[in-house]
Every structure is written in C-alpha cells, then in structure tokens.
Design a protein around this ligand. Structure first.
Ligand code: FAD
Ligand code: PYC
Length: 424
C-alpha cells in the first residue's frame, strides 16, 4: 500500500518544504478540505480521533470504499487522541490481544512512510517495574506468554534497570523497592497529534470527507436497518455507520436503545516544564500507579490511574494527582523541584475485561469500535485496519472476531486488567 500518488507527490515533496521555508510560512497547502456534508455516503464514521480516521483511511486505501465521511463534533484529534500519553507496546497476555496489539505495532513501524507524514514513532522501549516478589513472578509468567506469541519482552534485574535508566532510584529501603522489571524494546511513543493529522491528510487525498464541528444527534433506522443520521449540520443518508467515539460510546448506543457493558471514567495526565534530556525510555509502575516518559520537547509526561467513579468531566481528581507525584519523586528524586505546566483528563470507556469491542450490533449497518479504555492509542492503526475490514465486508476478520459484543453473552472474556495495569 502506498498512499501518495503521482499527482500528490509534488504537493508533499521536499521542494514544497523548502519553498514554504522561503515564503515565511505563508501559502501552505491545506492538508485536508473543509467540505459541507453530501446527501449520501456509503459509510459514515462518527468520531474524528485516530481510530475513526484510521478506519476511514483503510476503508479507502485497502477496500476501495471512498464515498466515506468522518464526522467529528469538535476538531479532529481533540478527544483522547490529543490527550493521551502516547505509550505504544504489544506486551499483552492473551493470544487474542497479542494478535491485535502486535498487528498494530507492525503497522506503527511503517506508518510514517505509509502516510508520508512523520508521526515521530520512537521505539525507545517500555519498561514496567515490579515492586514485590509476587509481581516479579507474575511478570515472568507474562514474559513467557508474550514470547510464545513471538513478541519481544525480557526480564531485567534492578542493576540492569539502573544501567538502562540512570536516574531511577533502586534503593531497597524505599516503601516500594524495585525488585526487577520487564522491557519491550520495540515499544515506545509517537506524536499523538501527528497521527490524527497524518491519517486526516491521507483520508482527504482519497476523497474521504472530514467534517468537523458536526455532532451526531440521532440515528434513524427503518425495519432495524440504518437509513440516515441527524447531525448539527443536518440529515445525512447512509446504510453503514461506524461509531468510534471513545469516552462517549454509551451515549451514542443509548440513542438506539443498546446498552453497552462500559464504564466511562476520567483518566488524567500532566506535563512539566521542558528540561534537558534525562529519560530516553518509558517507565511504568502498576503497583504505585505511575508512569513517565520525556517528550522530544523535554517535558516530563506523567500519568496515573483512572478516577474511581464515572464522570464526563474532562479532568482528573486531586488525590490521584497527589499519589502519582509522590510515587514519581520517590522513584526519581531528581524530579522533586520540577514545575508542572499542564494537567488534563480524558474520558475512557472500559469494558469488564479491559479489552475493546470491535463489533456489529443487533441493528443492521450499525457497528461499534470502542472500549479501548486507558490503552487505545497504541492500537490506533491496527484498530482502524480491522474495523475497516469489518465495515467493508460485514464480518469480523480473524483478529477482530474475539472482540465481538457477543463475548459478554457467551462468557468468553479476554481479561487484560494486568496488561492495562498502570492506568486501572
Ligand atoms: P478520540 O480521540 O477520543 O476520538 C473520538 C472522537 O469522537 C472525539 O474527537 C469526539 O469529539 C468525537 N465524538 C464524540 N461524540 C461524538 C458525536 N456525538 N458526534 C461526533 N463526534 C463525536 N492509550 C495508549 O495506548 N497509551 C497511552 O499512553 C495512553 N494514555 C492515555 C492517557 C490519558 C490521559 C487518556 C485520557 C487516555 C490514554 N490512552 C492511552 C487511551 C487513548 O487515548 C484512547 O484509547 C484512544 O486515543 C482512543 O482513540 P479514539 O480515536 O477512539 O478516540
Ligand atoms: O496502555 O500503555 C498504556 C498506557 C499507559 C498509560 C496509559 N495507558
């Protein structure tokens, strides 16, 4: 698959970058158009986050379905795509999860080339640390399971961790001393906004309409089939609707009387003032609910667990912030005088087994891709890829099949609370 055809090659070439640098950043080409909605689309995707845009992109590029609109109530990437802490890894326990997260990681590895847009994917490693013998034993079971699926992961001792992360405190007198950890070297981070922008530009080049400031208000069905939707920009006809709205999935499902097995809760993050490079990997601690990385700008990016109650307020509660910062300072004393710049939250939809839903519904033409909880950024390309396949062919492929809604009736849950650990 290559995205940029000959017509568009010049538009995105090195010459256009040089030309733009001499024109004082004026006359930049627009990256995607701002169309008014057409009367009819073959497929409408609701939600202009990374997953929705990726779904539209693979619909057009892989399946040749181009009469597609992505409708977004705000601006693209303004939801959890632009609020997350960008950790990417595929070190999940169960085969079903390994298949989808590794599928995604492989797509990440070529995404900048695929989209001809630098998503700043950086395989700097993701290290999860253990603070008790029990946690370490559980990690070693996990590493074996991950390796059996052909995915990289290795156990590190405290001294190996210290060598890998010189600023970490491995003093055994800590309240939660470091007993070891496990590292996925191919894991890392990416620039979240760039992912949304890259997919949006790529969608646009295939003729997909990206319609911002357009909120889905109502879904119209006839004889249990989707026929149209009502939006803040009017009525639009379609027979296929893919709902990819992260923290608001239950709100949409409610419009057609479907009850999703989802809890919606705030998850928060913080960034500090920028400092010189001190941390070139990602560290997560499930036990103390803290994780940290350093952005390319130099900011320390910190996150914690979800709030313990359901809410649609896009901010996290203070006790969670307080605990996260106390843990960060204990593990990284060098941070004790660092000033925090920003703090925000996003709403995450979590299923009882901490695995996503990629599924048809009881209404013909209505599909949901949701429930990625605290960990869907890493899945963006893979999720879009398999959801596009489901929308195009009306059946889940082998990777998506285990994530159908009927697993909650059949009791075939895929319990990934352990892998989602740090933020749960
Ligand atoms: P979004 O980007 O939220 O897109 C959904 C869009 O739907 C939104 O833009 C919204 O405005 C739109 N929408 C909603 N309702 C409507 C409507 N009625 N009509 C039209 N549009 C609508 N995951 C990781 O893998 N690694 C991490 O490190 C990580 N850290 C996180 C940290 C925080 C603080 C948070 C909040 C989440 C984190 N996540 C992480 C989870 C990750 O952000 C999400 O799983 C992922 O971004 C979801 O992507 P999306 O495209 O589905 O959602
Ligand atoms: O899924 O790796 C993850 C994650 C870390 C923090 C939030 N989500």
């Amino acid at each position: 698959m290559t995205l940029i055809d000959n017509k568009n090659k010049e538009k995105y070439s090195i010459f256009s970058i040089i030309r733009n640098s001499f024109t004082n950043h004026k006359k930049w080409q627009i990256a995607w158009k701002n169309p008014v909605p057409k009367k009819n689309y073959d497929v409408i995707i609701v939600g202009g986050g990374g997953h929705g845009l990726a779904s539209a992109y693979y619909l057009a590029s892989v399946h040749g379905v181009k009469n597609v609109a992505v409708i977004e109530k705000g601006w693209i990437g303004g939801g959890n795509t632009g609020r997350n802490t960008t950790i990417i890894r595929s070190n999940y326990l169960w085969d079903e999860s390994a298949a989808i997260y590794e599928h995604s990681l492989k797509l990440w590895e070529n995404l900048s080339q695929e989209l001809n847009f630098n998503v700043m994917f950086s395989q700097r490693g993701v290290l999860t640390i253990a603070h008790s013998e029990h946690e370490l034993k559980e990690m070693s079971r996990r590493v074996h399971a991950i390796n059996l699926n052909g995915i990289d992961s290795e156990i590190l001792s405290p001294s190996e961790i210290k060598k890998f992360v010189p600023i970490i405190n491995i003093d055994q007198s800590l309240r939660y001393p470091i007993m070891g950890g496990f590292l996925q070297k191919r894991g890392g981070t990416a620039r979240h906004d760039a992912v949304a922008w890259g997919y949006a530009r790529a969608c646009d080049s295939y003729g997909v309409d990206i319609i911002q400031n357009c909120e889905l208000k109502n879904i119209i069905c006839k004889k249990n089939k989707i026929v149209s939707i009502e939006t803040t920009l009017g009525k639009i006809n379609t027979s296929k609707l893919g709902v990819v709205v992260a923290g608001h999935s239950s709100v949409i499902a409610d419009k057609v009387g479907i009850k999703l097995p989802i809890q919606s809760r705030p998850l928060q993050a913080l960034v500090s003032e920028p400092v010189k490079p001190i941390l070139d990997t990602v560290i997560m601690s499930n036990a103390v609910h803290m994780y940290i990385s350093q952005s390319d700008k130099g900011e320390m990016v910190l996150g914690a667990g979800v709030d313990k109650y359901n809410s649609y307020a896009q901010k996290g509660s203070f006790p969670v912030t307080q605990q996260m910062i106390a843990s960060a300072i204990e593990l990284f004393p060098i941070l004790s005088r660092l000033r925090m710049l920003r703090h925000w939250g996003g709403i995450v939809d979590t299923c009882p087994d901490a695995s996503p839903i990629i599924s048809k519904t009881e209404i013909e033409g209505l599909f949901f891709n949701c429930g990625w909880g605290t960990g869907g950024f890493k899945a963006t390309p893979g999720s879009g890829h398999v959801f596009a396949d489901l929308l195009a062919n009306d059946r889940p492929n082998e990777i998506a099949k285990p994530f159908s809604l009927d697993r909650f009736e059949k009791g075939v849950l895929i319990d990934e609370h352990g892998a989602a650990g740090v933020a749960h």
